[in-house]
Design a protein around this ligand. Structure first.
Ligand SMILES: NC(=O)c1ccc[n+]([C@@H]2O[C@H](COP(=O)([O-])OP(=O)(O)OC[C@H]3O[C@@H](n4cnc5c(N)ncnc54)[C@H](OP(=O)(O)O)[C@@H]3O)[C@@H](O)[C@H]2O)c1
Length: 250
């Protein structure tokens, strides 16, 4: 039987990588899937590629609170209550301490942390009692990985939000959890501004730290997202679960 039949799922960052694999799986499992796109141009671009994969694409830059408010209002008007909220959009810049400027710092915090906090706040009027809220953190939030500095801090903040917002929303029957991927093969690495050689070096360095000796696939993260989103995880709340090939624990 479909695990998400009749459910409305909202996924940020649903046009790429982990979010896209999750959108596909949620759709296969019977959910109505709504994703955002950073802006109207991106919505049209993404719509041409993903028209058949998701049910709706609504523009919203997650780092802008008024856009999040408008996004969730539109979702509410079109679909009523939200059963699953996967706040997954994120950016990562792995750079040495000396190279990080204020703009790069702010960008990561604004998208990765502010986007999650205000995402929950603005979605709240539309969340159904019993809703499952998921965040994407990262294993680097519990490791001391060189050059992960600001990014790792953003994900530690999100792990903390999964706990504190759980405590705040549990009375409304809303469960909040985080999934914490290790290295996953997605376009995120190509967006870090590194050349091919630097990317290859980084990938080799990362794989050498993964006990399963490979990058994970977005579909492997999507399966965990499905578990957390569905009633199969009904006794799991306020926690962070790794999907990392053993990177954080072995
Ligand atoms: N891949 C990994 O190894 C890994 C490991 C641990 C955690 N994560 C986390 O997993 C999540 C998904 O990453 P991914 O690897 O799937 O990367 P990805 O393929 O680059 O996807 C990131 C998504 O976030 C969206 N996004 C970025 N900035 C946005 C903004 N300001 N407003 C709205 N949407 C925005 C992107 O939209 P555009 O396509 O328009 O840019 C894209 O859809 C992120 O939170 C990331 O930190 C990834």
């Amino acid at each position: 039987m479909s695990k998400l039949a009749g459910k409305v799922a909202v996924i940020t960052g649903g046009n790429s990588g982990i979010g896209l694999a999750t959108a596909r799986l949620f759709k296969e499992e019977g959910a109505t899937v709504v994703i955002n796109a950073r802006n109207e141009d991106r919505r049209q671009q993404v719509g041409a590629e993903l028209g058949a994969v998701v049910d709706d694409i609504i523009p919203a830059d997650v780092s802008r609170v008024e856009e999040l408010e408008r996004f969730f209002r539109t979702v509410g008007e079109r679909y009523g209550k939200i059963d699953i909220l996967f706040l997954n959009a994120g950016v990562a810049y792995f750079m040495p301490l000396e190279s990080i400027d204020e703009e790069t710092f702010d960008k990561q915090f604004n998208i990765n942390v502010k986007g999650v906090f205000f995402g929950v706040q603005k979605a709240l009027p539309y969340l159904r009692e019993g809703a499952s809220v998921l965040f994407t953190t990262s294993v680097v939030n519990q490791m001391g990985m060189a050059t992960s500095n600001v990014y790792a801090a953003t994900k530690a903040a999100v792990r903390s939000l999964a706990r504190s917002l759980s405590a705040e929303l549990i009375g409304q029957g809303i469960r909040v959890n985080a999934i914490s991927p290790g290295p996953i093969e997605t376009p995120i690495f190509g967006k870090m501004g590194m050349n091919d050689e630097q990317l290859q070096q980084m990938a080799q360095g990362i794989v050498s730290q993964v006990p399963l000796a490979r990058f994970g696939k977005p579909e492997e993260v999507a399966k965990l997202a499905l578990f957390i989103a569905s009633d199969d995880s009904s006794f799991i709340v306020g926690t962070e679960i790794e999907v990392d090939g053993g990177m954080a624990s072995l």
